[in-house]
Write a protein that binds this ligand. Structure first.
Ligand code: COA
Length: 152
């Protein structure tokens, strides 16, 4: 017989998602910079304040710190009966990656999209973002479309 040993369970991260507010502007500025879109705190505050009603800005908090950002936009294509949820930004703080933060954010955003009547969630992701491709595939997204860009 082995002596009885205390079993220590490893808990999942206690990260949770919540809507962003103006006080999150410094964290959002840092996260947008990490996503590759540098901007000022003032710009972030202005964008939060004047965003369209169909935009949901969600942050992930872990141990009191904002460590992730997801932005959901709802669009209403003429050719579809239901609105479509579009994930226009997703980023986890560089030193908090691989801890389930984006998974928590995505679950929250998907719930909000469903609540708004959407039946699908789509996104575009640059070809060079290999980590993100692996993440989306792991979370059940399929590659379905090509996207095209042209400056105006
Ligand atoms: C993509 C990104 C948001 C993932 O964030 P994250 O918090 O590290 O992801 P999670 O820890 O929630 O990962 C969930 C699952 O995705 C998969 N995954 C995440 N990152 C991965 C990687 N680099 N390689 C392979 N699989 C990966 C894993 O299956 C993981 O589950 P597991 O940890 O149980 O194996 C993060 O890497 C990031 O911010 N990248 C830079 C910004 C970016 O490219 N954003 C996307 C713009 S379209």
């Amino acid at each position: 017989m082995f002596p009885r040993m205390a079993v220590r369970r490893v808990s999942p991260p206690a990260a949770f998602a919540r809507p962003a507010d103006a006080a999150d502007a410094p964290a959002l500025t840092r996260l947008l910079d990490q996503l590759g879109y540098p901007c000022s705190e003032e710009q972030v505050r202005a964008r939060l304040g004047f965003g369209p009603p169909d935009r949901r800005v969600v942050v992930a908090e872990l141990d009191g710190d904002v460590v992730g950002l997801a932005v959901l936009e709802l669009i209403h294509p003429l050719h579809e009966a239901a609105p479509e949820g579009v994930l226009t930004a997703l980023v986890t703080e560089a030193n908090a990656r691989h801890r389930g933060i984006a998974r928590v954010l995505l679950a929250d955003v998907a719930r909000r999209a469903r609540q708004a009547g959407a039946q699908r969630l789509t996104l575009r992701c640059h070809r060079r973002r290999d980590d993100a491709h692996a993440f989306y595939r792991a979370l059940g997204f399929d590659e379905t479309h090509l996207t095209f860009d042209r400056g105006l």
